[in-house]
Design a binder for this molecule. Structure first.
Ligand SMILES: NC(=O)c1ccc[n+]([C@@H]2O[C@H](COP(=O)([O-])OP(=O)(O)OC[C@H]3O[C@@H](n4cnc5c(N)ncnc54)[C@H](OP(=O)(O)O)[C@@H]3O)[C@@H](O)[C@H]2O)c1
Length: 272
């Protein structure tokens, strides 16, 4: 188990939700922080709270869908603190829509933010994290473990993250680099209010919660656990693990039926 004190952490999606809560927790652990997202005013506010908790903090306004901006975010972090130990990729954009009728540009946008944003940041951070034998962590989703109707594209972007990070977990072990993924079910953040619909616009009303919504602090617990114990994966809730095994044993037939009932076409199409 490694202490987090004085570790330099770059967090994407730090202006809201899981990224913001992770930044505040890591500030309490004595980390030095680079906060990354697009909304500068929100980043300033989170940075102030991190500083109040005693953490040296910089903000680097960045669109993670742009590779050049990711390169600059990593360089500015390393220049400010002299090293980079840990990257937490929490920036993300949800899309809740049946694939049939979904706007192509919106689907490309979700893939760019969720998958390529993680890929770019990982690519540019890697030499630094190899030097410090640090950690690369991605916040995926339960939809990246189990295909879910109405989340086909969002889930595909998260499956892609699992594919990338599982391979890197094996490849980078030889360099002493830890690679881990956190896959939460629904978490209580503004994500679902901002989720794109089939037309590529955020839905006008909050979608119903088909499953239990977990407090953001539980998700942060998982992220900290993955970093400190250098685990390859954490699920929220943990008991999703046995369910996923059972689902496989039953050839996914029961799981398909449950999900089909929770996200039926009548409900999903009515929302737009
Ligand atoms: N909440 C859930 O139920 C849930 C469940 C499973 C997985 N997740 C995953 O958890 C991660 C965090 O989501 P959240 O729930 O905390 O949602 P959130 O509160 O909406 O936060 C999303 C964050 O991503 C940032 N972001 C979005 N597009 C960006 C871009 N192009 N460039 C840079 N930053 C960008 C946003 O900042 P700006 O708008 O300032 O750029 C914001 O800080 C996401 O990857 C999400 O897929 C969430």
């Amino acid at each position: 188990m490694k202490s987090l004190r004085d570790r330099v952490v770059l967090i994407t999606g730090a202006s809201s939700g899981i990224g913001e809560a992770t930044a505040l927790r890591l500030a309490e652990h004595g980390c030095r922080l680079a906060l990354v997202a697009r909304n500068q005013a929100a980043l300033d506010q989170v940075a102030r709270q991190c500083t109040q908790r005693g953490a040296q903090t910089i903000i680097v306004p960045t669109d993670v869908a742009e590779s050049e901006q990711c390169r600059r975010a990593v360089e500015q972090t390393a220049a400010a603190f002299g090293k980079l130990d840990i990257v937490v990729n929490a920036a993300g954009l949800s899309m809740r829509a049946y694939f049939d009728g979904s706007d192509l540009a919106a689907m490309e946008r979700v893939m760019r933010v969720n998958f390529f944003g993680t890929l770019y940041m990982t690519h540019f951070a890697l030499p630094h994290v190899q030097r410090t034998k640090g950690s690369l962590v991605a916040v995926s989703s339960m939809t990246g473990k189990r295909a879910t109707p109405a989340y086909a594209l969002y889930g595909a972007s998260k499956f892609a993250i699992h594919g990338l990070y599982e391979a890197l977990h094996i490849e980078l072990k030889h360099d002493g680099v830890h690679v881990g993924v956190v896959a939460p079910a629904f978490v209580d953040t503004p994500l679902r209010l901002r989720a794109l619909g089939a037309d590529g616009q955020p839905a006008t009303e909050r979608p119903p919660d088909q499953f239990r919504v977990w407090p953001v602090a539980k998700c942060v617990d998982c992220i900290i656990d993955v970093i400190v114990k250098r685990r390859r994966e954490a699920l929220l809730p943990w008991f999703a693990g046995p369910f996923l095994i059972l689902d496989q044993i039953l050839d996914r037939r029961l799981g398909d039926r449950i999900l089909d009932r929770r996200f039926p076409p009548e409900l999903e199409r009515k929302r737009h």
